[in-house]
Design a protein around this ligand. Structure first.
Ligand SMILES: [Ca+2]
Length: 607
């Protein structure tokens, strides 16, 4: 029992780590967290974090965390290594290796600053921010000593960075948002990386940083000058799927939905035919929380996509970029929602229920359909353990081919590492990225030493830089699926093997410790495979704006988003579709028109 409890704690802790990673590469909570009961909460948080731009990080770290937890249950000692082993440096000794990974002698010192996350960082016994597995490794392999100028919790980080920029008291390297990067460029504070980065990036680093076709790099380029190293993510990790309660499908003898009309028919059946067989009229169709969008769980982006509507992103139309929220397709989606609400197929109390409350309702057999993200089952894994018949299967959002609907994708890059114009040895920063990526995800990776340890620490968060391959999760899903289907596990790497082991445990009936959740992501016909399908078929609509926020966007966007939520909700509840035109008028007056003009000024520069 104790072992199982520790197992759960490890997962909970690691999911918290994953959440923090998604919020910006910050703190693991430490194994002392009394979190046995917090697994669901942590998992939810990880899911919510997945709605931020850093989804790939969230998802992969969540999975890695769960995987590491498996090891934790078996491990008796910490694996973390306290002595650096320069011998493991990739291909040491060749001229290329020296260029990408070669050390400085005498040692150099670089300055940086640290976001400690919302709860602060925890370290293995004897370690600290100044002295840990990464600082020691950088000193021994690269001859680089890290001098932290300051460190603050996440809530204060942006403000502290802003002050640093304004007072021109900046470190050699730091992580910033796109607005801050642009401000620093305009202040002439940044090193020009245009030639430097391509000269010194190792092949694997280049692969990772250009995985999005170069848009991340373009988003960091002003007047033709590359001004930062983008932390490139992949918007595909943020695509939406439709989760279907398949034990209800079977009970009512219904088929998988293929079109949005099929989905609406299921919604009616799940509302009216007592799918859980308890004799009570207590179920609905599509689960929705009060904010309608966001959180990545029981949200409506995927539903809107089915009608060719794209929420909170910019799409090309007639040679211009337009905002999805105010297009006629959004009105079409709202029209259907007013009907679902009027017919009692939406929870009449959705307007006061947040995502956590809806999670409880989903677990209590109130809903049979929900649009969300690939990691949603983390929230309800405990319900599966209690009731093995409780089953959800992810399917592609029904994309209407008549209107050429597509799955929306956010822009994958929102954070950047900037190098001070005053920094010495500028190539040192590219070498730091090369080494981090190689030891975390490259051919010589030691993931339990440098990413997440079996006993629950997150060394990745101790480093100055953190990057990861954008398609890592999708590659893992292919590998795990192949292994499950063929029994051939020889191609799995360590991380993938953990997902495989957990998936196999779920397939044999042991759904606990997030085994089922892993199966639903990485296993055959899992959510990642569904999302891969959008990619393979070209059925995706990426956010077409990836510049730095415009002035009006910075000033007005959050107000406009609040207005959208308020007006959409009123339309769904009130049923008056004419209100949509009033909403669009107000949106334009309150800054939307000006923001659109600014976005199109940027768009013109990209043609
Ligand atoms: Ca019922």
């Amino acid at each position: 029992m104790k072992k199982m409890r520790n197992f759960t704690i490890a997962i909970a802790v690691l999911l918290i780590v994953a959440m923090m990673a998604a919020c910006g590469g910050t703190a693991p909570s430490g194994a002392e967290t009394t979190a046995a009961a917090a697994a669901t909460t942590a998992a939810s948080a990880a899911t919510e974090a997945a709605t931020t731009a850093a989804t790939t990080t969230a998802a992969s770290t969540t999975a890695a965390a769960a995987g590491a937890a498996t090891t934790a249950a078996q491990a008796t000692t910490a694996v973390i290594t306290t002595t650096a082993t320069p011998e493991t440096t990739p291909a040491a000794g060749t001229a290329e290796a020296d260029k990408f990974f070669g050390g400085y002698d005498p040692m150099i010192t670089i300055t940086s600053v640290k976001n400690l996350g919302s709860a602060g960082l925890t370290f293995p016994e004897g370690d600290s921010l100044e002295d840990n597995v990464w600082t020691r490794y950088y000193e021994e392999v690269l001859g680089i000593k890290i001098d932290w100028l300051w460190s603050v919790n996440d809530a204060e980080y942006d403000q502290k960075v802003n002050i640093a920029i304004t007072s021109n008291d900046i470190p050699d390297i730091m992580r910033v948002r796109n607005t801050q990067m642009k401000m620093m460029y305009e202040n002439d504070q940044l090193l020009d990386m245009t030639d430097l980065l391509p000269e010194y990036w190792a092949p694997f680093t280049e692969d990772v940083i250009t995985a999005d076709g170069g848009n991340g790099l373009r988003s960091a380029t002003f007047d033709g000058k590359l001004s930062a190293i983008p932390i490139v993510g992949n918007g595909l990790g943020n695509a939406f799927v439709l989760w279907v309660r398949t034990d209800w499908l079977e009970k009512l003898n219904l088929d998988f939905p293929e079109t949005i009309e099929d989905v609406l028919a299921l919604s009616e059946a799940f509302t009216t035919q007592d799918p859980d067989g308890n004799g009570l009229d207590d179920s609905f169709g599509i689960a929705v929380h009060k904010d309608l969008f966001g959180v990545g769980f029981a949200c409506l982006e995927g539903f809107f996509n089915a009608y060719g509507a794209y929420h909170d992103i910019w799409i090309p139309r007639d040679g211009q970029l337009v905002y999805g929220n105010v297009q006629p397709e959004a009105k079409a989606a709202l029209r259907v929602l007013t009907e679902l609400y009027a017919n009692g197929q939406l929870d009449p109390e959705f307007g006061v229920k947040d995502a956590n409350k809806v999670t409880e309702d989903v677990g209590a057999n109130r809903f049979g359909l929900m649009f969300g993200q690939f990691s949603n089952m983390a929230r309800i894994n405990p319900v599966k353990v209690e009731n093995p018949e409780f089953e959800w299967v992810p399917v592609s959002v029904p994309l209407d081919s008549d209107i050429q609907a597509k799955a929306q994708l956010p822009f994958g890059t929102s954070r950047y590492f900037v190098i001070s114009k005053a920094a010495k040895n500028p190539e040192a920063f590219v070498k730091m990225v090369n080494l981090q990526l190689e030891k975390s995800y490259g051919e010589s990776a030691e993931s339990t030493r440098f990413n997440i340890t079996p006993d629950g620490y997150g060394p990745y968060s101790y480093n100055v830089v953190y990057f990861e391959p954008a398609m890592k999760n999708f590659d893992a899903a292919k590998a795990v699926t192949y292994a499950v289907e063929t029994g051939d596990t020889s191609l799995l790497n360590d991380e993938q093997r953990n997902y495989y082991d957990m998936s196999m445990m779920s397939l044999s009936g042991d759904h606990g410790n997030n085994n089922w959740h892993q199966l639903k992501m990485f296993g055959p016909k899992g959510s990642l495979s569904v999302m891969q399908g959008y990619w393979d078929s070209g059925n995706y609509m990426p956010n077409a704006f990836y510049g730095a926020p415009t002035q009006t966007m910075t000033e007005k966007l959050s107000t406009l988003q609040t207005q959208t939520l308020t007006d959409y909700t009123a339309i769904i509840l009130g049923g008056n579709l004419d209100d949509f035109e009033v909403y669009v008028q107000n949106w334009n007056l309150l800054g939307g028109e000006q923001m659109t003009a600014e976005v199109n000024e940027w768009y013109a520069t990209q043609q």
